[in-house]
Design a protein around this ligand. Structure first.
Ligand code: TYD
Ligand code: MG
Length: 455
């Protein structure tokens, strides 16, 4: 029997670490001030709260496992299929995270619509919107068929029963923060509720073979348990990101038990839902200024796909004693490091300059191959010399100012060619891998000093 003393426990909201007493720093993930007090799970009633999934209860050999139903279900949205690793795996549990209002419900309703059009039974469970509100959204998205059923419910025990009775192929839970089980005394959205609900859903997914999508909101305040807690419980974690003020959205795979994790999907929010952006490079480069200094195009590999992005830098004299540095869309520390390399190896007087570096289009990229692009943009802005508009540059920069090799150079060069660029600045060591590319002049550079010659 739980004594009065241990009737509450403390959970870390970041990683779910459990502790008997409050602690300032989480021993699990080392984050500060993340512990919240919650009632302990009720196990005294004899009912086991934590569900565990088991299929046969006895060990089997690999050859005894039947795989014929494991074929992936295509969602009808190619960008999403790519991030999922080729489609939805039967019985998988997928978490779709992102800021409120980014488009999670819209995307999943579109998936439901596409599946229902192919007569695949789907169940959309909302704990956030009423049926009328869902219908209003659905009307913007187009025709729906009778294979889609909707349910407004937040009680997970009822949801479990419904799912077992209806047996949909795919189900959506929108959102996990609104779901609760009565057995767990805590409020919906608390760490123990979120963990418990996910446990139940995992069991449903694995045993009944239902593919379940879970929507999770990420909040900064820390009042609602972040989906971080769930990340290690689910099979696949997708994050929806993007600037809320711009119309495009990026779906990024963070974890995937059935595919690669570095893939991204690019979408645009339109009046009738999310539409796919098949050629992200073209999209990212729209509105590029003509003949402006500090603007350089570079190429980053996102999964299997090369994406061209514009890097903008603004370097100007500091008005106050302490120079201001800012990086948007890329790693701030990396920008500082590159500026230090330029200062030391090229003798540029950047120490008394403010510097702002921005990846245009709001996409976030941290691949080291961007280094050369960032360096060129900073030099171009510092010298106030615009670069040739037909040039792109990529390569990793080392601390001695050398330009180091990057992967898939040929693919990046071909992408640049496709979008009408005429010259590519690449690491010298990669020149022989690329060979000749018709219509594109390849410029091999050994170090930042070589690169500066081309300005
Ligand atoms: P939503 O899917 O409700 O976000 P989430 O579930 O992640 O909280 O997206 C809401 C936003 O999308 C809202 O600002 C309105 C916009 N939107 C469109 O621009 N077009 C549309 O067709 C739909 C359905 C929504
Ligand atoms: Mg929503």
């Amino acid at each position: 029997m739980a004594s009065k003393k241990s009737s509450t426990v403390f959970y870390c909201q970041e990683c779910g670490y459990e502790s008997a007493k409050w602690q300032g720093q989480c021993p699990g993930c080392k984050s500060w001030n993340t512990f919240v007090e919650e009632p302990v799970k009720m196990t005294s009633s004899g009912k086991k709260v934590s569900a565990s999934f088991r299929e046969t209860g006895r060990p089997v050999t690999l050859s005894q496992i039947d795989l014929k139903e494991e074929a992936r279900i295509k969602t009808g949205i190619a960008e999403l299929d790519r991030v999922l690793g080729g489609g939805i795996v039967a019985g998988s549990l997928t978490l779709v995270g992102g800021d409120p209002g980014i488009g999670k419900s819209t995307l999943l309703l579109q998936v439901c619509r596409n599946l229902a059009l192919r007569q695949i039974p789907v169940l959309y469970i909302s704990g956030e919107e009423s049926l009328r509100q869902i219908k209003m959204r659905a009307e913007r998205l187009g025709e729906f068929t009778e294979s889609l059923s909707l349910l407004c419910e937040t009680n997970l025990d009822l949801i479990e029963n419904t799912m077992r009775a209806v047996k949909p192929k795919v189900a959506v839970i929108d959102s996990i923060q609104t779901m609760h089980r009565e057995e767990v005394g805590a409020a919906p959205g608390s760490v123990s509720q979120v963990r418990e609900s996910t446990n139940v859903l995992m069991q449903l997914a694995k045993v009944e073979g239902i593919s379940i999508f879970i929507v999770g909101h990420v909040t900064k305040e820390g009042t609602v348990a972040g989906p971080r807690v769930l990340e290690h419980m689910v099979d696949t974690v997708l994050y929806f990101e993007g600037d809320r003020h711009a119309s495009y959205r990026i779906l990024r795979g963070v974890k995937n038990r059935f595919g690669a994790t570095d893939e991204i999907g690019v979408f645009e929010m339109c009046a009738s839902g999310l539409s796919e952006v098949a050629n992200p490079s073209e999209y990212m480069l729209t509105g590029r200024p003509q003949g402006a200094s500090g603007s350089v195009v570079t190429c980053s590999m996102e999964g299997t796909r090369p994406i061209l992005v514009e890097i903008q830098a603004l370097v100007c004299t500091t008005n106050f004693g302490y120079p201001r540095r800012q990086a948007t869309g890329t790693d701030f520390n990396r920008v500082n490091l590159l500026m230090a390399v330029l200062e030391k190896r090229l003798g540029l007087q950047l120490g008394n300059c403010d510097a702002y570096v921005n990846i245009a289009g709001g996409i976030r990229i941290t691949e080291p191959a961007m280094d050369l692009g960032i360096a060129l943009a900073v030099i171009s802005s510092f010298r106030n010399l615009p670069l040739d508009e037909g040039l792109i540059g990529f390569g990793e920069i080392g601390l001695s100012g050398e330009v180091r090799a990057v992967s898939q150079v040929k693919q990046r060069v071909l992408e640049a060619k496709k979008l009408g660029f005429t010259s590519c600045m690449v690491p010298q060591v990669c020149l022989k891998d690329v060979g000749k590319v018709e219509g594109v002049k390849l410029i091999g550079v050994k170090g930042v000093a070589d690169a500066m010659q081309y300005l």
